[in-house]
Design a protein around this ligand. Sequence first.
Ligand SMILES: *Cc1c(COP(=O)(O)O)cnc(C)c1O
Length: 581
Amino acid sequence: MAWVDNSDLRLTPERPYTYFTMELYDQSNGIRGGGGLGVLAADTRRVAEQLDVPFVLLTPFYPLEQHQIRKTEAASNSDSVMDFELENVFLKVHPSTNGFEHIGDTHVATKFDDHIKIEIWQKKMGSTQLLTIYDPNFRELYADEGNSNHRLYQEVAMGFAGTEALKIAGLQSNVIQLNETACFFAALARLDDLVSNGMHIFEALKYVRDHTLYTNHTLVQAAEASFTRTQFAEFVLPNIKSKSVARWTMAQFPDSDGHVKYADTDKLTTQTEAPLQLSSITLELSGRKSGVSKLHAKVANYHDLDGNKIHFDAVTNGIDVATWTMPETLKLYHDMDLLTKYNLPSHDYLDKLPELNNEKIWAQKKIGRELLIKALADRQIHIPEDAIVFNFKRRFVDYKRPWLAFTDPERLRKILVASNAYYILAGRVHTGDTSMMDRLNKIIDIVNSDEELKKRVFYLADYDEKTAYALSVGSDVAINNPIVGLEACGTSWEKDIMNLQILISTEDGGVADITTPGAYMKIEGSDEAAEVQSLYQHMEHSCHLLRTEELAGYLQGQIAAYLPTISGARMLRDYIQLLSK
Ligand SMILES: *Cc1c(COP(=O)(O)O)cnc(C)c1O
């Protein structure tokens, strides 16, 4: 692995980099996730494959796949595409129909059923593989609330059956990366394996800590899942072989005074019901902790069980450049020597960038636009070839503020009409998020009551990787306006920069990694009203750039600033270096 310096990890095909994730978003392998966390997992594996890094990704194969569609398909025939209600539907899926091979079975236990069969399915791709664990009763990704028994069951199954799956596949884990605390039980299962094979618990704790990286994507510890003693007694303990590991596990619960109490495992259910934050016990077993952007690592406010503030290293999320850049544009970057064959920025990419001129840029944008026009036509949406397209595509959650551009409908209409521009929204609303549904309905009302906006604003339901790709390659301007301090990283904007879009963004998440003035169009303002003004000014300015020769100079600046951040190969190298320390 010449591309990584001083790696003493000694990753081999039998002892690969081991990555646990409850969510994978990888439609080409038949697994649909929910958002950025799953896309990151899929990209990390793809980058490992390109770099020939021994890598195994473990994830549940959920038998139900969620889609969010329009209730009234008739709406597609009406003159406004903003007229609909959303409905969640589930498709049945199975690993056998997606090229996975059944390599064996294992089981997990609960208090109610001491032998739940879990199937292990494998798919090898170059130096990497996917190991999925399957139970027809897993239901869907993120079924029920975060603190529910079912979620705990899914997580326990991932950890314990996943650890068995590695053995069935003939692998030993090297370092393990936990993509969020929900994967904690993988570290616990490893601890239990070591101790039940004769290692002293103190030695085993040290070993597991030295070999576990916990990657945090959440900002506030209180927002993390927590479980009660009863839940642990019913779902976790039946899977633990070693008495001392069981005792250690239950001792992590705070007692009613908030202090740790060493429990007698035989009397667990009679103990106090103060719940245990999964993040707290995850921190106990993880020697390394990382956040997903520089800002996020700094502001994530986590404390261990003794109340000490946790230090997170920053490894900013990158993307698999090969997946998310239009092939023609990727070829251009390689021809220009901006990227190496590993899709890392070349040593002299800054010197080469000025050759990225308007002619080259527009040749790429034309191909991308054709692709978007086709994708939109499939949804009965028609936009002219020479229009300017703004896009806002990401999960519809409060802090991402999908409504921001609709604050002043008059101003928005003026901007869109003056430049023959369109505004496309895409993103799923979290099931049960009624306040966001209300927000979305308000946007719809605003649009439907204005003849021009009605022609120029569209919402795409059932946001997925394909839609994300089409909007990335075919739009002109990406809008990313989370409330500053609340976005962990975000990766949509990285796809947009690679595909030669102008980025308008608040200084948040991974965007805030770079502070060079002019690196992107920064939304600024002391309050939301001021931010809205800033957003509109940038929208006007980007229309100007797109209609003049100034575009190339501007885009060169964005790529110069962000190419290293965006490179998924850079991200994997950073992780390996962090784990080698
Ligand atoms: C890239 C991508 C995301 C990531 O979105 P962010 O809000 O930028 O984190 C989510 N969903 C899909 C389908 C994607 O392709």
